[in-house]
Design a protein around this ligand. Structure first.
Ligand SMILES: Cc1cc2nc3c(=O)[nH]c(=O)nc-3n(C[C@H](O)[C@H](O)[C@H](O)COP(=O)(O)OP(=O)(O)OC[C@H]3O[C@@H](n4cnc5c(N)ncnc54)[C@H](O)[C@@H]3O)c2cc1C
Length: 430
């Protein structure tokens, strides 16, 4: 029997659409199956207060070569957000407002001290296991373990934990310090500074990039089609949707988030590294992104929450007549984003005088087709599972930002992984 398609791609996030485009360039007949009523997955450009805003992934940088090349390819311009003039930092009483340049320079210097010398673990940062021999013990460390080894004052330790709190999902014990060290090496953050990671985004929105890649993929796309099962008999792959439709192909690219792998029945079952990684979960589990219109007389400001605060960070986006548009993150499972009063109360922990006029939020941790947010590798995961996860399993190739060699858990990683998945599919036939 011949298969109806050469390759089925499951999941139309940036990794999936990139893989579909590359497979098409190889001359393959592809089918792209997506559970939601839209493409993009953890990238979602929407309108808020009359402005295009990102409810998911937003920031990119020229130190992220895969996504940067995509912007060049499609002629997409970048822009930045409003620069903060002051930073509000938490104290035991009222938050303290300090000049932004001073605080950001102090944080940058401190983080560079924390990661000084760790580039020896990642001399070729896109080949993260190049120094696997030296990495094992370091990879087992959480950020907290690593900070224990450094001579930092209590204030400095609090400042590091607070600056990285959003990235690490509010816990300095859950995420591997090796992921942050790899970022420092990948992005030369010792030169560009940590804040370079949140400085640029596509002017037309990340959605414009997704649309451009999809148009180039010229693939058959089915939205509202969650996949329930993937069966690989060694010659063909059969993909069954929750609605009971079946599609066959010579191979499949599984480009859904690692955290939703357990919701798909794989036959034969997934290897141990896959099941263990999905069980432990990747990425920040409680991850809410908020867009807020605040009435306040302040100029543009950045506000940092103390450990355990219901909102971990507020960042300036744009000034408007009656205040400002800010983007915020919460990694607190207790924040009820459907309750205006609760969100305003959470904002006032960071900015006591602010009035919340309107807001929009998405909870990626509770989203059934994401089950988590941005990148956050678990201690030990790089050295114990990464190599295995990158290998094809029979006629299945796994893709996604979660699995990237370079900027894992990031937009650049999604593109990298989509490109590599298509090459891996070509390799199956050799
Ligand atoms: C709030 C937030 C902020 C972020 N900020 C940044 C940032 O500023 N910069 C950055 O670099 N990265 C950021 N990230 C991370 C970045 O957005 C992701 O790493 C990247 O978009 C992942 O792309 P992907 O294609 O691998 O996965 P996804 O985008 O998750 O795509 C997977 C697709 O699979 C689909 N799917 C799931 N289950 C099924 C099923 N059963 N059947 C069919 N389809 C299914 C999903 O609906 C989805 O469309 C952020 C993420 C979040 C959530």
């Amino acid at each position: 029997m011949t298969s109806a398609y050469d390759t089925i791609v499951v999941g139309a996030g940036l990794a999936g659409v990139t893989a579909a485009r590359e497979l098409r360039a190889q001359g393959r007949r592809t089918l792209l199956l997506e559970a939601r009523d839209r493409i993009g997955g953890r990238i979602r450009t929407e309108e808020f207060a009359g402005l295009p805003v990102e409810l998911g992934g937003a920031w990119i940088h020229w130190n992220q070569p895969h996504v940067w090349a995509e912007l060049t390819r499609y002629g997409l311009a970048v822009t930045g957000d409003e620069e903060p003039e002051e930073v509000l930092i938490p104290t035991e009483e009222e938050p303290l407002a300090l000049p932004a340049d001073d605080v950001m320079t102090r944080v940058t210097d401190l983080l560079n001290r924390v990661f000084r010398g760790t580039d020896r673990y990642f001399p070729r940062p896109y080949d993260p296991l190049f120094r696997a021999d030296a990495l094992t013990e370091f990879d087992r460390c959480s950020l907290a373990d690593w900070l224990d080894r450094l001579e930092l004052t209590e204030d400095e330790r609090t400042m590091v934990a607070s600056a990285l709190s959003t990235e690490l999902g509010g816990s300095s014990t859950r995420g591997a310090v090796s992921m942050l060290a790899q970022w420092w090496a990948l992005g030369d953050l010792a030169t560009h500074g940590y804040y370079s990671l949140v400085s640029l985004r596509p002017e037309a929105g990340m959605g414009a990039l997704l649309d451009a890649v999809l148009a180039d993929a010229r693939t058959e796309l089915r939205l509202d089609t969650p996949v329930a099962a993937i069966d690989d008999d060694g010659r063909r792959v059969t993909v069954t949707t929750r609605a009971g439709e079946r599609f066959t192909a010579d191979s499949a690219v599984v480009a859904v988030p690692v955290n939703v792998w357990p919701d798909i029945v794989f036959t034969p079952g997934l290897p141990g590294a896959h099941t263990a990684t999905a069980e432990a979960g990747v990425g920040v589990p409680d991850s809410v992104k908020l867009w807020l219109r605040l009435a306040t007389d302040r100029g543009p400001f950045l506000a940092q929450g103390a450990a355990g605060a219901p909102i971990s960070t507020l960042m300036p986006h744009a000034l408007v007549d009656d205040g400002q548009i800010m983007v915020g993150f919460s990694v607190d499972p207790g924040l009820d984003i459907s309750d205006h009063a609760a969100v305003e109360k959470a904002v006032r922990v960071l900015v006591p005088e602010a009035e919340l006029i309107e807001y929009r939020a998405h909870d990626w941790g509770r989203d059934p087709f994401a089950k988590g947010g941005w990148g956050n590798r678990r201690p030990g995961a790089l050295t114990t599972a990464h190599r295995e996860l990158r290998r094809p399993h029979g006629r299945l190739v796994f893709a996604g930002g979660d699995l990237a060699d370079g900027w894992a858990g990031c937009i650049d990683g999604a593109v990298e992984s989509g490109l590599k998945a298509a090459r891996a599919v070509a390799g199956l036939d050799r």
